[in-house]
Design a protein around this ligand. Structure first.
Ligand code: ZN
Length: 343
C-alpha cells in the first residue's frame, strides 16, 4: 500500500510502498477514507525536536482519521467488519494506574498513533479494537475524520465549567473554531475569538456570527474584551496558539477566579508572572492534551446531535494522498481550515 513515512531526521516525508499492517487477535484493520493534517504532523514534517523525540522511525504518520473496518482479530467482539471507526490516537493500555482511575488520557504505557504506532496517512492501518470509536450509521467520512481534532476543541472547553460563562479563545485555527462551536453548544454567554491570520479571521466571522472575532493587528483584544464585559474580563480563556504573548494575554483578559485552559504548545520556556496573574486572581490553570476517554467523544456526539454547530465547513481543502506536499503547504499557510488527505 501507499503511505506517508517519516524515515529519518531529514525534513519532509516519503510517499512510498509499505506492507499492509498485520493485525493481532485484539486489533482491527481499517481501510482509511480520509485523514486531516494536525499541527503535530506539520511539526513532524519539519522534524521539530520535540516531535522527533516522540517518533519511533521509520513511522507512517497521521492520526486524525476514520475508515471502514475490513478485518477483525479473533478476540474482537465489540467491532465488526463494515463498521465506520475513528481511533482514539492516544493508544491507552487499559491496565495501568491512570487507566484504572478514569484517566486513560494519561496512560503510563501510551502509544501514539502516527508517532509510535503506524498511522493513518496510508491506505490501511491496524489499531487495537479497544481504542476505536464507532460512528453511528450515516456519519460521513469527512465528519468521521475530524472527530479527533474536534474532540480537542470540545475537551478544551469542557475541562471546566462553561455554561453561563464568557469565553475568549486565543487562536482561531481549526481547533479554535471547534472550541468556539463547543462553547456555543455547551452554553457560553459571550464568546470572543482572537486571531491574526486574515483568512482565519474572515472564516471565523462567517462561521461564528454570534462571537466577537478580534484581529490584534486592528484592535486591542484586552481593551475590547474588558469593554464588553463591564471591565471584569472573561470567565474562561482558552489558549490554542502556543504564542507566548497570547498566553500572557489569556490572563490579562481573565476575570478574578476565572479558568485558563492551555492547549497550544509554546516554542520553549517563557517568562510569566504568577503573582498578579494566578495568585492574586485565584485563577485556575488547566492543561489540555487530547481528549478524555471516552467522555469527550460522548460530549462531541451530544454536541453534533444538537445540530447547533456543524464542524464540516471548517474542512476547506482536500487532496489525494500523493499530493501531500501541496496539502502541507496549504495547511501551514494560515489560509486554510482543516486540510484532508484522501488515500
Ligand atoms: Zn494505561
Amino acid at each position: 500500500m501507499k503511505a506517508l513515512v517519516k524515515t529519518s531526521e531529514a525534513i519532509g516525508f516519503e510517499y512510498k510502498d509499505v506492507d499492509v499492517p498485520k493485525i493481532g487477535p485484539k486489533d482491527v484493520l481499517v481501510k482509511i477514507k480520509g485523514t486531516t493534517i494536525c499541527g503535530s504532523d506539520i511539526h513532524a514534517y519539519h522534524s521539530s525536536p520535540n516531535i522527533m523525540k516522540m517518533c519511533q522511525l521509520p513511522i507512517v504518520v497521521g492520526h486524525e482519521t476514520c475508515g471502514d473496518v475490513v478485518e477483525v482479530g479473533k478476540c474482537v467482539t465489540s467491532i465488526k467488519k463494515g463498521d465506520l471507526v475513528s481511533p482514539e490516537p492516544h493508544i491507552f493500555c487499559g491496565e495501568c494506574y491512570y487507566c484504572q482511575n478514569s484517566a486513560a488520557l494519561n496512560c503510563l504505557n501510551m502509544g501514539l498513533l502516527g508517532h509510535t504506532i503506524g498511522g493513518a496517512f496510508a491506505e490501511y492501518m491496524a489499531v487495537p479494537a479497544h481504542v476505536c470509536w464507532k460512528h453511528p450509521a450515516g456519519t460521513s467520512y469527512e465528519l468521521g475524520a475530524i472527530h479527533e481534532p474536534v474532540g480537542v476543541g470540545v475537551h478544551s472547553v469542557m475541562s471546566g465549567p462553561i455554561n453561563g460563562k464568557s469565553v475568549a479563545v486565543f487562536g482561531c485555527g481549526p481547533i479554535g473554531m471547534f472550541a468556539l462551536g463547543a462553547s456555543r453548544v455547551f452554553g457560553a454567554t459571550k464568546m470572543f475569538g482572537i486571531e491574526v491570520a486574515p483568512k482565519r479571521v474572515e472564516m471565523s466571522r462567517k462561521v461564528f456570527p454570534d462571537a466577537t472575532i478580534i484581529n490584534p493587528k486592528e484592535q486591542d483584544p484586552v481593551k475590547t474584551i474588558k469593554d464588553a464585559t463591564d471591565g471584569f474580563g472573561v470567565d474562561v480563556s482558552i489558549e490554542l496558539s502556543g504564542h507566548p504573548e497570547a498566553t500572557r494575554m489569556c490572563f490579562d483578559v481573565l476575570k478574578r477566579e476565572g479558568r485558563v485552559s492551555l492547549v497550544g504548545v509554546p516554542p520553549g520556556p517563557m517568562e510569566f508572572n504568577f503573582h498578579p496573574n494566578i495568585i492574586l486572581k485565584e485563577a485556575t490553570v488547566r492543561g489540555v492534551f487530547g481528549r478524555e476517554v471516552w467522555q469527550t467523544w460522548w460530549q462531541l456526539r451530544a454536541m453534533l446531535d444538537t445540530g447547533r454547530f456543524d464542524p464540516l465547513p471548517i474542512i476547506t481543502h482536500r487532496f489525494p494522498l500523493a499530493e501531500f506536499e501541496q496539502a502541507f503547504k496549504m495547511a501551514e499557510s494560515g489560509e486554510a481550515g482543516k486540510v484532508l488527505l484522501i488515500p
